[in-house]
Structure formats: structure tokens, C-alpha cells
Design a protein around this ligand. Sequence first.
Ligand code: C5P
Length: 404
Amino acid sequence: MNELQDLQGRHVVLGLSGGIACYKSAELVRELVRHGASVQVVMTEAAAQFITPVTMQALSNRSVYLSQWDAREPNAMAHINLTREADAVLVAPASADFIAKLAQGRADELLSLLCLARPIERCALLLAPAMNREMWAHPATQRNAAQVVADGALILGPAAGDQACGEVGDGRMLEALELCDELIAHFQPKRLAGRRVLISAGPTFEAIDPVRGITNLSSGKMGFAIARAAQEAGASVTLVAGPVALPTPRHVARVDVKSAQQMHDAVLPLAPQHDVFVATAAVADWRPAECGAQKIKKDGSGAVPTIPMTENPDILAAVARLPAAPYCVGFAAESHDLAQHARAKRLRKGVPLIVGNLGPATFGRDDNALLLVDDQGERELARADKLTLARALVAEIAQRLPAR
Ligand code: C5P
């Protein structure tokens, strides 16, 4: 499945209540549609003061609903019809007033009416608050927000930062891409609910002198995709990352390191607090025995420096040896004889599951193919984008975890 089709087959009611963040909802419709969702927009009267229904209609390719008295519905029950076909109702922006209405179960216009009338078991209600920071921080709003969460709604954000009023603080609506990612995550099965997952990712950088070092071509993309997939599956995720230029997946705790030794020192104390350790990092096997304080200079004589090397600690093997070891998953990046090397590596590292991939066919790329090797044998996950593979791997790991 293409990453962009993550919402294929999903039907979303996108509700807009009144707020300047309505301008972001235009972009949000585009993102949802781009990811394969069909979107029915419903706007309150206040929302229509900020952005026109024509804009939302053009972007969603459906005429917008504005009133419960809409004559298009033969049975005059827009609130029922709209929610019975929806997989989720996302209200973005959700104003302070709108959240207050939901908290009270009021239903005096179409959007709050359909929120109340939705089949609560199978049609989630997600709210993206957007308001001035004082309004968000007000005890009444906080009380109302807690109440709607207790009643089963999910609150997305708000984010902190510059506000349209010129103030700075909590209350900004999440960006369209973030909301889209939240919705995609919402639809993923919660196979790792309540589990804690630790992931190492990226290359390491082993300094030779203050300006040079030894590293490798690992981009970190596979490890970051696994972090996102595990988080989407309901796990709380810690990601220990070598030097990579990738954004942190939402709700993932990230620790940045450079060298293998630093990665080891970060991972080892964290490992016993986690249920699963997935070692995707391409850790350098050796490092220069010493890192000079000054740049090694070329002196013109043609002499070549000799750099004595020393072995790095094996992080995965060290975690696997811990008395309270999490379930350990290793990666094997090989250039040939993948299955054979993966099998040998599994035994050498003492881990239950090794995931083999071909280094040159994956480093830096957006797709990959995986070979899972455990004590039962081998299983192939066919070439796909890394997020799709990461989700499949998460499902495989979840299935192998000891029951609690
Ligand atoms: O480098 P090698 O092929 O042995 O790596 C196999 C697995 O071990 C990978 O999952 C990698 O993240 C992990 N590893 C490690 N510490 C090392 C070397 C490798 O955790 N020093």
C-alpha cells in the first residue's frame, strides 16, 4: 500500500466551528483527500464567517452541510445520515464554545447535533482545539475538555506558538499534516497498547579528529518508520537516534547521540524499562582508539597517518544479556547470502528475531524488503515503502510478545 493511500476507503466528516484556524482546514481537506479519504464537510454558521463553504466544497468535491434543516435529505435527518456512513468525525477547528456545547450534550445546530447522534462505538470523535491561549487555559475550557474526553472524544493538540491575536502560548490548531497523521494513527490497530518500545536508529559517527570521522550510509528511515508504526499501534516509544536529518515521529521521545559508545550508554539504562528493543541502528563495529584534540595535518611529506582502531560495544548483544531483557529484535544489513547471515547473526546475538535486509538495496531509499528469521524459520515481507513494512513488522512483533 502506498503511504499516501493510508486513508483509502475511510469516510470522514470534517466539522468546522468558528475560528481563524478555519483557513488551515482547507489544507486539511486536501491532505485527507490526498491520502485517499472521502470527506464530507459540515460547517457552523460561525465557521462560514471565516472561510466560505464554496472553498470547502471545491476541495472536498461534495457540497457542504450548514444546517440541520438542509432540504437535500429526503428524511430530513442530516445528523443521522451523515454519521451512519462516517468512520470518524473530526472537528477542526474546535472552538471553546463548541467544546462547551459538546460537554453539555447540546445539539442546537447540525455539527453539535451530529456529534451527539453519532454511533459512539464505531465512529470516533476527534477534536482539534483552536483558540486564544487564555481561552484554552481558562478553567471552564479545561473542565469542558476533560469532560468530552471522559465522554469518549479524543483531543488532538493544541500546539503552542504564535497566535493570530499576537499572543504566544497554547491554543494553536495542529497543522493539516499533523492532523492527517493523527487520523491515520487513529485507524491503526492498537496491537502494542500499553507496551513500551525502544528503538535504535541511524548510523553512528566515530570521530577521528575534531573535523573528521567514520560513518556509514544508514539514513535512519527504517528505524524512524518503526518508531512511528509502534506509536500508531499504541506503544509508548523511545527512539535513540544517531546523526540523521529526519523529523521525530509524533509522540515519540527522542534521544540524539553521535557515537556507538554514546548510543550504548543511552540504550542500556533505558532497555530494562521497555518491553521491546528494536535495533535498527547501523552501529560502527570499530572506532579510532583515540580522537585527537587537533586536526591531523597533511605535512607534505607524503606520509599517511595510521589510525589505530578499537572495537565498539555490541549494543544489541548487551541488551539481550540483561537479566530483565526486553524482547529483542535485531537487524542484519548484508550485501549477499542474506538468509544464511541472518540465521547466524540471530544465534550469535542471542535474540529471538532477526530482520534481514540487503544494505545496498535499502540504505537511503524509501522502500525495502525484509526477511524475518526466528526459531520457527523464515518469513519474507515483500518490497514496499518503509512505513508499510514497519507496520507489518510491528504486527509480527506484537504476535510474538509474551502475554502479560
Ligand atoms: O553490525 P551487525 O551486522 O552485527 O548488526 C546487527 C544488529 O546488531 C543490528 O540490529 C544492529 O543495530 C545491532 N548492533 C548493535 N551494536 C553494534 C553492532 C550492531 O546494536 N555494535
